[in-house]
Design a protein around this ligand. Structure first.
Ligand SMILES: *Cc1c(COP(=O)(O)O)cnc(C)c1O
Length: 382
């Protein structure tokens, strides 16, 4: 991953990488996170919503930012009260859970920064974080950055989580934090509510459970959100983002719902004024128009199901998806397929277990372009 654009390093004896500066060894050995992003016409690699906001939302953003501009000589509201309240309202509407208050909401520059705050407060040296692989690779990287001991368990071959393995692994690892991504990335599969609750009950008094619901709005009908667990369990926190369904990846706004005590610890570790006045204004404008921002979700979900069906009909294995992407395999040489798609102007993501690729749901024509290119490549391989 990443690869190009890393800092200058020199190679000495034995081909070992040697940094010229006194950097931490594990940082010198790592590449910066990031999917390759060559300028191709069909970009289906980072799970964005493919539609830009309608003109009236753009107008609202301009109005809110203009008003914020008048006050930029001052630091922003460091507790972003108005934004917390708007996020609480949105989460109540989306999840159907009524008791969410602004004191239960935290926000940061993307849900990645939320995860950083969580690991700064609950992780650290001699404290373990458990994830179940394959999952989102940033957990591991943020664990590294916070000196947290990352102890991965595993998902089954069909990317479900076996509760017996999960509990056994947690008991051996003795974590302070368990992160469950549901719907998961890169697989797309959501965890059953009962599995999440069983883990939550099992670790009570020992660990917090963070459910990363970055793709929640895309979940299939009947799949419950872990937001429903918040009233009963103060050691549960649910992380969400405006980057995916909300069609606002450029705003960099992630948020979390949890017990006010937990939120208080995140306040302690955050940098002062971490959310700029411009970010707050832009996120508020988008939340003013939540209905418009989310207008494409139904369409994207239906297209996802058709895309999964089309890939299965072509003979691929397809992971169950509750997200805006589909994970498919098994490819004898996935890198070759990735490159051949790229040569046809389509970029997907090479991530997770070997033999699989992840494709985001784009517009109708982008999705068709992907399927057409893939069919051509398969014909050549035969
Ligand atoms: C995309 C994604 C996020 C979102 O990150 P942001 O920093 O909010 O853009 C979080 N978790 C998972 C699993 C994701 O795939």
């Amino acid at each position: 991953m990443g690869g190009a654009g890393g800092p200058a390093r020199c190679r000495r004896g034995g081909g070992q990488l040697m940094a010229r500066l006194p950097v931490r060894e594990e940082i010198a050995a790592a590449a910066p996170y990031g999917a390759p992003h060559p300028p191709v016409p069909v970009r289906l690699n980072v799970n964005e919503n493919p539609y830009s906001p309608p003109p009236e939302v753009v107008e609202s953003i301009v109005r809110r930012v203009r008003a914020a501009g008048v006050g930029v000589n001052r630091y922003p509201d460091r507790d972003f009260a108005e934004l917390r309240s708007a996020l609480a309202d949105y989460l109540i509407r989306e999840s159907g859970v009524a008791h969410i208050t602004p004191e239960m909401i935290w926000a940061a520059n993307g849900s990645n920064e939320i995860m950083l705050h969580l690991l700064q407060a609950f992780g650290g040296p001699e404290r373990a974080l458990v994830t179940f692989e394959p999952t989102y690779s940033m957990y591991r990287e943020i664990a590294r950055g916070t000196f947290t001991d990352w102890k991965p368990g595993k998902l089954e071959a069909d990317f479900t989580l076996d509760l017996g393995h999960g509990i056994g692994h947690i008991d051996r690892a003795d974590p302070r934090i368990v992160v469950l991504a549901s719907p998961n990335s890169p697989t797309g599969t959501a965890l059953p509510f009962a599995t999440i609750e069983a883990i939550v009950r099992h670790v009570e008094g020992r660990a917090i459970v963070v459910v990363d619901e970055a793709y929640a709005e895309f979940r299939r009908v009947g799949t419950a959100s872990a937001v429903e667990l918040l009233e009963k369990y103060p050691h549960v926190a649910v992380s969400r983002t405006m980057s995916k369904a909300f069609a606002a990846a450029g705003v960099r706004l992630g948020y979390l719902a949890g017990d006010p005590e937990l939120i208080g610890y995140l306040r302690t570790v955050r940098l002062p004024y971490h959310l700029s006045a411009i970010t707050q204004a832009t996120a508020l404008a988008a939340l003013d128009h939540a209905g418009l921002m989310l207008a494409a979700v139904t369409e994207l979900r239906e297209r996802r199901d058709r895309l999964a069906g089309a890939l299965a009909a072509m003979g691929f294995e397809v992971a169950d998806s509750d997200a805006n992407f589909v994970f498919f395999g098994r490819l004898a040489d996935r890198h070759d397929v990735w490159e051949q798609l790229l040569a046809r102007g389509v970029i997907v993501r090479e991530v997770g277990p070997d033999g699989w690729l992840r494709v985001s749901v784009g517009t109708e024509s982008e999705t068709l372009a992907f399927l057409r290119a893939l069919a051509e490549i398969r014909k050549e391989l035969e």
